[in-house]
Design a protein. Structure first.
Length: 308
């Protein structure tokens, strides 16, 4: 069964949370991306809460700006340090009754959730034992390719559209036609988008899109334009990019927005790296190949008895 609750954090943000499993058990934390929400992890929450799959306490928050979580109005409130603060405070709250307060056994993250997770693992490695990333570029690799790869610049051009002041209005017009095109434009198949699942998405989108779009407004990591240097105007010191926790990256090679070249050189920043490439999956690999993705997640988790 999926629990839902609101979790007020000490710094004034409240996150709406989906969870499964027994309180007090070692925690797995799942972070979603755009334009999704915590519900996309429901199958994972139920699976890994079962005793035969570890009996974990599984937590999936709606990130700030999404669903019923706090949605500050200013774009500055969506910069990386604020997003990390949310997740660090969430970890403190959900692990307080467990064996390793302040530390989860693993963070599993996709898309923008992955961006938060990469930063957390680099800057606060004591917060997690392992990191599992689904199609979310390491910030160093993304920074590199947004500056030097014309192919990745073209593939990421949509980011500049999503940062426009009128993006929410345009995306919600005509029954969210542009958002559905966003899903279909990042893969060759959308057979997994059933009417029931579409209804779940639209229920979340109806609560507001601007919070999720503010991640794009706030981030300097986007393709350059005539008016904005984008990633070329940023310096990212290597010492802030190194991830020293064991990391598995699962990548759908058919992702048309985040190209496979983003995996090149990743071990320079992540020494304990395990890459799993899925040739037939796209950006939406969790939906397209759920059994395989969940097996790859499960195969990289620590023993619950040794978690922490």
């Amino acid at each position: 069964m999926i629990e839902t609750f609101s979790l007020p954090l000490p710094h004034g943000i409240t996150l709406s949370v989906r969870a499964a499993g027994q309180t007090g058990r070692p925690v797995l934390l799942f972070l979603h991306g755009f334009p999704e929400a915590a519900f996309v992890w429901d199958e994972a929450l139920v699976r890994f809460a079962k005793p035969e799959h570890g009996g974990w306490r599984c937590i999936a928050p709606n990130l700030r700006g999404y669903e019923r979580s706090s949605a500050p109005a200013t774009a500055e409130a969506y910069r990386a340090r604020h997003l990390m603060q949310d997740i660090a405070a969430l970890i403190d709250a959900v692990t307080a009754a467990g064996p390793t307060p302040g530390r989860v056994a693993a963070v599993v993250a996709h898309d923008w959730g992955g961006a938060v997770a990469w930063n957390l693992a680099a800057l606060q490695p004591q917060r997690l034992q392992r990191l599992i990333i689904l199609n979310s570029p390491h910030p160093g690799a993304f920074w590199r390719d947004l500056r030097h790869s014309p192919a990745q610049q073209a593939a990421s051009a949509y980011m500049n559209f999503l940062a426009r002041p009128d993006a929410a209005q345009r995306l919600s017009a005509n029954g969210y036609a542009r958002l559905w095109a966003f899903f279909r434009g990042m893969s060759d198949t959308s057979a997994w988008l059933t009417p029931a699942l579409q209804a779940q998405y639209e229920a979340v989108w109806a609560m507001g899109l601007q919070g999720g779009l503010n991640y794009y407004v706030a981030s300097p990591l986007r393709p350059p334009t005539a008016d904005d240097p984008g990633a070329a105007g940023v310096e990212l010191p290597d010492e802030l990019l190194r991830v020293r926790v064991p990391t598995r990256v699962v990548w759908g090679l058919q992702d048309q927005a985040l190209l496979p070249g983003l995996l090149d050189g990743l071990s320079d920043w992540v020494p304990d790296l395990h890459i799993e490439r899925l040739p037939q999956a796209s950006h939406w690999l969790l939906h397209e190949q759920p059994a395989q993705v969940l097996a790859l997640i499960g195969g990289f988790l620590p023993s619950p008895e040794g978690a922490g």
